[in-house]
Design a protein around this ligand. Structure first.
Ligand code: ATP
Ligand code: MG
Length: 600
């Protein structure tokens, strides 16, 4: 199924999720019913001591802690944790930290935050900490020695170039290494020398002995251990050899008794090796059967977004954005600061579904989920982003000089059922109010329902006014709009209908309005596929992705808490910035407009 703008409904999505069918089938057949779980990861002997596993399935989310998680990871998190939740299982959070060079505790913490914030938990009785693949290095080493002893692995000392040349290619079988026929005893000695730092980095690798003529290049004796003198953030200098990802990952799954190991499509060609390795280690009695199985789904590609940690790091490091949690970033931290809710991202993951073929999801699908999430929960407020003063010239005669008239509007027009209705908003109107500059036109376009000479307009929650003109500066820029108020037309009173208004505009009182910094965010890129086909995504940066304006907002927003979401009426959804907002300095980020301004 190719998806662009029109996502499946949640019902269709559930039905089309092929992973659910696989799991339901396994549960019916009892594929994993015999598994035991010893309360912590371990080998066959360890789990044999345990009781039958009460988790019906085990899935895992295995990020490499080398950057912040992005919206694609959110999809993977929702799939893995969602399936475990729905089928009486458990989902593990596992740091895939087998690569010694790139990891950082800042990233570890940000990943923990992101998963929790999305609403998921990996903790089990007596088992709160996430798992770390580096805890399994001892077992991985033992597994490697086992493969050597069983004749399934050998130490290769060809140069990297020779190895590459001898691997062959798509149409050409590989050539056996001259080191391939070494005896297990010789291999074991050499491998131990690798471990004991007797060989230089790159001087040798351990390879699985499978088939150099396999049509699947991944089965042509893949490297499984390499020499790398690097300090690991967790194991320090204990090791100078590290397992390759393709070897480490299936073992991590097996030690954790994972049943369904779900990954993105680019790992499809690795599946035969995954199964090969599981077979060999189960045969040898090292790992408990039944083994985990790998299933692949299409990664998320979202228009106007790049989802590669490396490229996101480049945006941060080159100062194109203000950090990993910049509200324009597609990181979970950025989306959160932008005003996205966990519910909106879960809804998004459900709606785009799980498929087997790569496709692009339109950015507006993500935005639509946010609007849906906020529609009935975000309190309403009035704000004026591009203010010009409206003077009600007959105010003093009508009400008396200096009079200010209290007004009220509901915080939520449709409060969710069963929840107490939030207190109504209080604000007031006087002789002068702020309105949006574009709500007045000297020469109105056809069908204009706002302020223009002689038009009748309601100030929302206030009075009907009739526009009587404007004053301008020497450059012809409007400095003030003038109108007369109909004093008997206050909203919610019997006379409110006595004068018919053509349109309704939002406003903020000059006397009680509060200044606020409003950050108007837009898409970070102007190109729908900024990095497709090797394009330089930095060329497609949207110069207008952030505009900061000084706005006036209604006084109820003095109570806004950081991270609280609002609908600024007629303008969009906004969030009080988690970091910069305070009652002394109001800062709101635009999360999303009320409708898709990019739609053609
Ligand atoms: P990146 O390429 O951005 O560095 P990655 O795949 O290397 O991403 P990992 O930390 O290895 O990042 O990913 C953890 C999990 O998230 C993996 O199971 C991976 O398949 C999944 N994942 C990563 N990117 C996406 C995506 N765009 N859509 C869906 N799942 C993803
Ligand atoms: Mg990766």
């Amino acid at each position: 199924m190719t998806q662009t703008a029109s996502p499946a409904t949640p019902e269709e999505t559930k039905a089309s999720n092929f992973l659910r069918q696989i799991i339901e089938n396994d549960l019916d057949k009892g594929t994993y019913a015999s598994r035991r779980w010893a309360g912590s990861p371990g080998d066959a002997a360890h789990h044999a001591e345990g009781a039958p596993d009460t988790a019906k399935i085990r899935t895992r989310f295995p990020p490499e802690p080398n950057g912040y998680l992005h919206v694609g990871h959110a999809k993977s998190i929702c799939i893995n944790f969602g399936l475990a939740r729905d089928y009486g299982g458990v989902c593990h959070l596992r740091f895939d930290d087998t690569n010694p060079e790139k990891e950082d505790t800042e990233y570890v913490n940000s990943i923990i935050d992101a998963v929790k914030w999305l609403g998921f938990s990996w903790s089990q009785p007596g088992n709160d900490a996430p798992y770390q693949a580096s805890d399994y290095f001892d077992f991985m080493y033992r597994a490697a020695e086992h493969l050597i002893e069983a004749g399934h692995a050998y130490v290769d000392e060809q140069t990297a170039d020779e190895m590459r040349a001898n691997r062959g290619d798509f149409g050409k079988p590989g050539v056996n290494s001259p080191f391939r026929s070494r005896t297990p005893a010789e291999n074991l000695t050499r491998f131990r020398e690798m471990r004991d730092a007797k060989l230089a980095d790159g001087a040798a690798v351990l390879r699985a002995k499978i088939d150099m003529a396999s049509p699947n290049i991944n089965m042509r004796d893949p490297a499984i251990y390499r020499i790398r003198r690097a300090t690991h953030h967790h194991t320090g200098d204990k090791w100078c050899i590290y397992p390759m990802y393709t070897f480490a990952h299936p073992i991590e799954d097996a030690l954790e008794q994972i049943t369904h190991s779900i990954c993105t499509l680019e790992f499809e060609d690795q599946r035969p090796f995954y199964d090969w390795l599981m077979d060999k280690l189960c045969e040898g009695g090292l790992l408990a059967a039944p083994s985990p199985k790998q299933y692949e789904f299409a990664r998320l590609n979202l228009t106007y977004v790049v989802t590669s940690k490396r490229k996101l790091a480049q945006l941060v490091n080159e100062g194109k954005v203000n950090g990993w949690d910049d509200p324009r970033m597609p990181t979970i931290a950025g989306l959160r600061r932008r005003g996205y809710t966990p519910e909106s991202l879960q809804l998004f993951a459900e709606r785009i579904g799980v498929t087997k073929s790569d496709s692009w999801i339109d950015y507006s699908t993500l935005e639509g989920c946010l609007r849906e999430s906020l529609e009935n929960t975000a309190h309403r407020a009035m704000a004026v982003l591009d203010p010009v003063k409206l003077v009600l010239t007959n105010w003093d005669e009508a009400f008396g000089a200096g009079h200010s008239e209290p007004c009220t509007l509901p915080a939520l027009p449709h409060p969710p059922e069963g929840q107490p209705e939030p207190a109504a908003r209080q604000f007031s109107i006087g002789k002068e109010v702020w309105i949006e500059r574009e709500d007045f036109a000297e020469v109105p376009p056809k069908g204009y329902k706002r302020l223009t000479l002689g038009s009748l307009v309601r100030l929302k929650g206030g009075f009907v006014v009739e526009c009587t003109g404007c004053s301008k500066d020497a450059n012809g820029v409007v400095t003030e709009v003038h109108a007369k108020v109909f004093p008997e037309t206050k909203s919610g009173t019997a006379g409110s209908d006595s004068v018919k208004a053509k349109g309704v505009i939002t406003w903020v009182g000059v006397a009680d309005g509060v200044q606020a910094e409003v950050r108007l965010y837009d898409r970070l890129f102007t190109d729908a596929q900024p990095d497709a086909g090797g394009k330089d995504f930095l060329q497609a940066l949207n110069p207008l992705s952030l505009q900061v304006v000084q706005a006036y907002v209604e006084p109820s927003l003095l109570q806004a808490a950081p991270d609280q979401k609002f609908q600024f009426e007629r303008l969009g959804y906004f969030v009080a910035d988690r970091l910069d907002h305070s009652s002394n300095h109001l800062v709101f980020n635009r999360a999303v407009g009320l409708k898709d301004s990019w739609a053609k």
